[in-house]
Design a protein around this ligand. Structure first.
Ligand SMILES: *Cc1c(COP(=O)(O)O)cnc(C)c1O
Length: 499
């Protein structure tokens, strides 16, 4: 399988795509074609565990990796002691037509672990295959979840380092503690005096700066990305859609070939794009429902065919979905445009220069034949957490609740009764104050810290507080670096030089 950029150019291997992250022309790497999963494999998956299922799917894309390499990587990434559920990504039944795919059982309690536990293995293998002797230095800008998941994945992995920038006041208390208490000899965490956009823009500028790259190279290092633009982060996510389908088959809820809908809480469009890839490989999918919070640029896009970022940015109770430019949408546009790289380059140019592009009526029709979209604000999200907990005894985090609410609206509007899987992206304990407030009412979390909120949630739900959250209370703070937004390059070099 070869890969090429959504904006045209030469073909590369899977390992080259993973090592580079972004294509030199600014495009994203996409597979030359979608490998098809035979019907027999689909039913065989039923009797396999998560690692075995993953092996079957990954080897279809990672053709320059041996099956032994893939299996060893999977054994390390999804080791039993790293996940607090033996199924790794369990599918739980909410009611006869609705299931929840829980992707938050990894070390950092959010779905980013599903990919970022595996990516370090794929990165080091890719470096070896391409004769890269320099240290692969990962740079990340985070609004909260990606930073910790990347640190946890790359911590003490030989031949790599991981440097994370987070906005000083833009992350939750638990998220900040998770990052600043990270151990490991090769991890760096830097607070920047600015917001997430400043961090993200700053990191992109570092990648593009010849002078900065030269300084990094002179230290025997080469930059790489753990952002969801990297194909190595996308492919592990394709696996769990097949896995959920196999679970439903095994449960006897569906028959082989019967379509299933998925509703996905969406920010950068990486998670739901993986669902689209699974569908393109033959997974029987009815509708993919894209759920947004008040930052509903994607809802508007699907409804009008126009992507327009000229709008207010809102901070919500589902911060990992607070985003106006969804990078991975470019990969879907590429399929939508019949793989016309020139057209993609033109649309992305328009987005950069005039903050908007339009795909036209026919292409919008095609999009709506596969996707549906909806949004829910903070109030609707809180109502949903409370309703699902009271009616079904199931506690959702704020991101998952946005999806659940959008599904409720979608069913009302369309009457579509297809069995649907809600993709659950975070543990409720990661956003304990907002979840507690949703269940117990306004003021319930007043004057309480994240740990007290978690304990209160445990009493209410009977679901134990994860060990990772409890541990944060006593772990020493290891990272205190701070910098101004125009001094990020120096901050990275200072960290590299161990000053
Ligand atoms: C990252 C994240 C999302 C959004 O996922 P995308 O792949 O960026 O669309 C949703 N929920 C949580 C909890 C996340 O951490």
């Amino acid at each position: 399988m070869s890969f090429f950029s959504t904006r045209g150019g030469e073909c590369v291997t899977a390992s080259q795509a993973i090592l580079r992250g972004l294509a030199p022309n600014g495009g994203l790497y996409v597979p030359a074609m979608f490998p098809q999963v035979p019907d027999k494999l689909m039913t065989d998956l039923m009797e396999m565990n998560y690692r075995q299922r993953a092996s079957q799917i990954l080897r279809l894309y990672l053709e320059d990796f041996s099956v032994e390499e893939i299996d060893a990587a999977l054994a390390g990434a999804y080791a039993a002691e790293k996940f607090d559920d033996a199924a790794i990504a369990p599918t739980k039944r909410l009611d006869s037509d609705t299931y929840v795919l829980e992707l938050f059982h990894g070390p950092t309690l959010a779905f980013k672990d599903m990919a970022l536990q595996l990516l370090p293995y794929l990165t080091t293998l890719s470096a070896k295959k391409n004769g890269e002797k320099r240290e692969v230095s990962i740079l990340v800008a985070t609004s909260g979840d990606t930073g910790k998941a990347a640190l946890e994945g790359f911590k003490d992995v030989p031949g790599t380092s991981c440097t994370v920038f987070y906005p000083t006041d833009g992350v939750s208390d638990v998220q900040k503690l998770q990052m600043t208490t990270t151990g490991g000899k090769n991890t760096h965490v830097i607070a920047i005096n600015g917001n997430f956009d400043d961090a993200q823009t700053g990191v992109k500028q570092l990648f593009a700066s010849a002078a900065f790259n030269a300084s990094v190279n002179s230290r025997g290092k080469v930059l790489s990305s753990a952002n969801s633009i990297n194909f190595g982060r996308l492919v592990p996510q394709v696996v769990y859609y097949f896995s959920a389908y196999a679970d439903l088959l095994k449960d006897g809820r569906i028959k082989a070939g019967e379509p299933v809908n998925f509703v996905v809480p969406t920010g950068n469009f990486g998670n739901i794009l993986a669902a689209y890839y699974a569908r393109s490989m033959g997974l029987p999918v009815g509708k993919l429902i894209c759920a947004s919070n008040r930052n509903n640029v994607l809802t508007d896009f699907f409804e009008t065919g126009v992507y327009d970022t000229r709008r207010q940015f809102y901070k919500t109770t589902s911060p990992s979905m607070d985003i106006l430019i969804s990078s991975n949408l470019e990969r879907l546009l590429f399929e939508c445009a019949d793989r016309d790289a020139d057209l993609i380059a033109r649309w992305m140019g328009q987005l950069r220069e005039s903050h908007s592009y339009a795909v036209g009526e026919q292409r919008q029709e095609w999009l709506l034949s596969v996707f549906a979209a909806g949004c829910a604000d903070d109030k609707e999200c809180a109502e949903e957490i409370s309703r699902v907990f009271n009616e079904k005894g199931y506690l959702m985090d704020t991101h998952t609740a946005v999806a659940s609410r959008v599904l409720r609206d979608y069913r009302k509007k369309t009457g579509d009764e297809t069995v649907t899987v809600i993709v659950s992206t975070a543990s409720p304990y990661k956003f304990a104050a907002d979840v507690l407030t949703a269940v117990k009412g306004r003021g319930a979390a007043e004057g309480m810290d994240a740990f007290q909120c978690s304990e209160a949630l445990e009493v209410i739900s009977g679901r134990p507080v994860p060990e990772q959250v409890k541990a944060l209370k006593t772990l020493p703070i290891r990272h205190t670096a701070r910098c101004e937004k125009d001094a990020m390059a120096q901050a990275v070099l200072t960290a590299f030089d161990g000053k």
